[in-house]
Design a protein around this ligand. Structure first.
Ligand SMILES: NC(=O)c1ccc[n+]([C@@H]2O[C@H](COP(=O)([O-])OP(=O)(O)OC[C@H]3O[C@@H](n4cnc5c(N)ncnc54)[C@H](O)[C@@H]3O)[C@@H](O)[C@H]2O)c1
Length: 324
């Protein structure tokens, strides 16, 4: 009871800190009171309406409204992999997690100087550790290296994917050599297991592991062996959930709609996804807005989905739910 009261007090104080703004106009006053009562004001909701070819046109885009949630991840220690640019989905998860009160440790692959530079664009400084998920010695030392920055982990984000060029694009499925396919599967799917087991010594009941998926229940144009890797990832998520559930650790995937990132640009024909998505997704979709995906990851990293594991949670504007 005392700790519930403490939490309530901390959240109230955080809310009031958040509210320390100059209010000098009626619209600012409306926004202020919207914040006080935790609601979005009409002004906050005045987001651009969809311009796509969908038959319903008068809806705001998903994830663009200010939710004014604060402290969702207060006190959480989260390891975020997969930042390479400030467009990376992982960058936006790290940013949203910090904004929600989490302490974030990043891992980077290859271009460490670049990742360290990008890390400086986060709201708060975050240490960056090197991690190539195909390097067993780096995986073996990960827990000790994380311990230099934090005494444990409450959450882990796997936001890693790569496939050699031979695995993607027209004709790739029938011609890609096994060595390339094996690389795609190791980096994009098997590494979900490798990263999870590497982080396990740092985790305790209540922990949450989240991976980034592109729903591969059907064959897509161009996605080819990366799609197969995503199907493997979906299966690995279920097996991890089975084996880590008894330890109180949840494992889930966020199936994101297409967002313009470095990995997305490497997919030949990515534009076809972009064109299709906004027209079909009931909520609409903006390929330049990573925030709905980042928020969904934060929700899964929080304590608010305590009975959800082995699941694929869509953050795709509802594209998966409807036909043409
Ligand atoms: N962008 C999209 O439209 C979209 C949609 C659904 C799912 N996803 C998934 O989101 C995840 C992140 O991709 P993104 O779109 O943010 O692109 P991104 O290029 O920003 O991120 C991909 C990351 O994978 C890392 N990586 C590659 N090989 C690695 C290795 N051996 N060890 C460690 N890290 C390695 C890269 O360094 C990079 O940080 C991927 O799993 C991707 O498939 C992306």
């Amino acid at each position: 009871m005392t700790s519930a009261m403490d939490n309530l007090c901390a959240m109230t104080i955080a809310r009031f800190k958040d509210l320390c703004v100059d209010v000098s106009s009626p619209s600012e006053m409306a926004a202020f009171w919207g914040k006080v009562i935790g609601l979005t004001t009409p002004a906050d909701n005045s987001q651009p309406l969809r311009t796509g070819n969908h038959h319903q046109t008068n809806r705001a885009r998903p994830g663009t409204g200010e939710g004014h949630v604060t402290g969702l991840l207060e006190g959480k220690r989260i390891l975020v992999t997969g930042v390479i640019t400030d467009a990376s989905l992982a960058f936006h998860v790290a940013k949203a997690a910090q904004e929600q009160g989490a302490t974030v440790v990043l891992t980077g692959f290859g271009r460490m100087r670049l990742v360290e530079r990008i890390a400086q664009r986060l709201p708060k400084p975050a240490p960056v550790l090197e991690l190539d998920v195909t390097d067993q010695s780096q995986l073996d030392s990960l827990a000790d290296r994380v311990r230099e920055h934090t005494d444990g982990l409450d959450g882990v984000l796997h936001s890693i994917g790569n496939a050699p060029a031979s695995c993607l694009g027209e004709g790739a499925f029938l011609s890609a050599p096994w060595e390339d396919v094996a690389s795609a599967l190791q980096v994009s799917a098997y590494s979900f297991k490798s990263l999870s087991t590497a982080c396990l010594p740092l985790m305790s009941p209540g922990g949450s592991i989240v991976g980034m998926d592109f729903d591969n229940r059907q064959a897509w144009p161009a996605y080819d062996w990366m799609g197969v890797a995503k199907s493997a990832l979906e299966s690995i998520c279920r097996y991890l959930a089975r084996d880590l559930g008894p330890k109180g650790i949840r494992v889930n995937l966020v199936a994101a709609g297409p967002v313009r990132t470095m990995a997305a640009r490497s997919i030949p024909g990515f534009a076809a996804f972009e064109d299709a998505w906004d027209g079909r997704a009931p909520l609409g979709w903006d390929v330049n807005n990573p925030e709905p995906v980042a928020r969904t990851c934060c929700a899964l990293l929080s304590d608010w989905l305590p009975a959800t594991t082995g699941s694929m949670v869509w953050a795709d504007g509802g594209f998966h739910a409807v036909g043409v």
